[in-house]
Design a protein around this ligand. Sequence first.
Ligand code: MSP
Length: 657
Amino acid sequence: MATFYITTPIYYVNAAPHIGHAYTSLAVDTAARWHRLLGDDTRFLTGTDEHGLKIEQAARGAGVTPEMHADTWSAPFRAMSAALDLTNEDFIRTTEPRHEAVVAEIWRRMEAAGDIYLSEYKGWYSVGDEAYFTEAELVDGRSPTGHEVKWMEEQSCFFRLSKYGPALLAHLDAHPEFVRPTSRANELRRFIESGLQDISISRTTFTWGIPVPGKPGHVVYVWVDALTNYLSALGGPGTAMAERYWPHAVHVIGKDILRFHAVYWPAFLMSAGLPLPHQIFAHGWWTIDGQKMSKSLGNVVDPFEMADRYGPDAFRYFLLREVPFGTDGDFSELSLQARYRGELANDYGNLASRTLGMLRKYFDGVVPERGEEGPQDEPLRTLIAETRTELVRTLDELAFHKAIAAIWTVVGAANKYVVETAPWTLAKASHRARLAEVLYTLCETLRILGTWTLPFLPRKAVALLDQLAVPAAQRTWAATEIWGGLAVGTVTQAGENLFPQLELPAAAEAAPPAPAPKPSKTKEKTVTEPADQAPAAPAAPAPAATPAVAPIEYDDFAKLELRSAVIVAAERHPDADKLLKLTVDAGEGRLRTVCAGIAASYQPEALVGRSVVLLANLKPRKLRGIMSEGMLLAGGEGSGVSLLTLPGDLPPGTRIS
Ligand code: MSP
């Protein structure tokens, strides 16, 4: 059993939690849940950073004491743990006595090492960053992050950071995993190689901080104070907790605070004679619909609102799936909705409901004895075994998006397995032995998927495992190594639809796109009355007749839910010469009927088995008496219509974008 200690930055108590905070915390929580699933001795810490000039000024602005201000604004961060299902074992506040004592101890150790000296500080200071900057570092007279800077001259204690350059470089050499992603490690190395300056680590011009031991009038610089939280939450150097967890510490942070964590912090620890954390992982920043997030733009994403609207699982899933961990990303609610409807509801949710639904229908909801093996079984089991290895590899690197993508290859393959084995046909043919094996395979796949998704979809995965009646003791990584873990005779439970249709307030729904100028109908279309709905949007007849096209935003395009689908049956429409009535499987656990105006170009029987592109979220409409649920993409006109077909390896229901 390995040991794992993971931390978030401690958050400044000068603003309510936003997506940036939620992101780090959700990523850390997912990693912690993953390690618990592995059976590791795991500890997850978060908390609030409550000292410093920034907080003192915010309190003054609010007309309250810094203590009151800190109490008020620390609370929402605690509430965020509850709202987002965070499983932190501890929540530290830097105003707690247990923390202040350890900061004083670290200070004394650094002083005893001869690394602290008194001098005069002259330079630029940014309260926004709580950081010092040299003239050369300023950008247009502001800090590199755009905050205001002030010239400061005060007596201050200095830390001999300059002494630690070589030791830091040696550590980076010896521990290539110390800073991740690697690109950040390289950036950091260049910074250290360019020469480190000693830094000022005490302040005398304000009082909201931890007093420097033996130096009345000085308070400890807020970053020395804040960084120490990772150790003080374990009780400080030498305690049993520190011995147990400290060497395994992984600090997850935003890229903006890497230097504090990967240069200052290790140097302080070296000076204090303490071991360094195992790893520092710097993730990227989110923009919102392509813009920087800011109060003045009014686009700050509220994690409470997101968790409320989409559920904490979907919010977490989106943040971790959308961008590689370590890279910047853009948050758009429409993209979140698209992933919800596609990957969560249609792919994962439907696999669960169609499997459990068929089990109820054909076996009264009881997991059957295994039956007759078929050609589709082995490839699915092999993919599961391969994915298992991939999950260990990717999650060891905190590559959440890759891990999720890997899990979803199994979701896709299982949906394809349903189409290929066609249990409804087996049932009709009373082929019970094969039907039993197929449903066993699907239930077992679901059990494994449910367990694998515990870190990513903690609520829904539990709901799924409950429906499958998997005993609590079996909800472990080790149990997913076994094929056949689901006991024959298990009575499954009817349960909620895991990802029900979103019911969104008007403001959160996609605004309807501006109506595009309608091309004048061609004669042919007027004859085939339903054709504008039915097959494919035939391309505009000729460039000359194409009206000016209004450009659309990506978000408008994202509203089209295009999915791969397999044509499982085709026949002529009884009441319309130009239409074919197609039955398609779009990986939803039910089949759809789509009427397509392609009768002039295709014989119905030639279409069965083809993989096509379905516009899945088109409003259903009756076409000459038959309800058509969607539209297939095609090009051309009349007898020249050509259906857009896909290579067969895209499982039905795969989102196309
Ligand atoms: N108090 C310090 C950390 C001290 S840790 C010893 C601090 N706090 S913070 O509240 O300003 O920021 C906390 C985290 O939120 C940082 O890791 C920062 O990178 C992250 N984010 C803030 N805005 C963000 C985005 N827009 N996107 C992603 N993360 C962002 O810094």
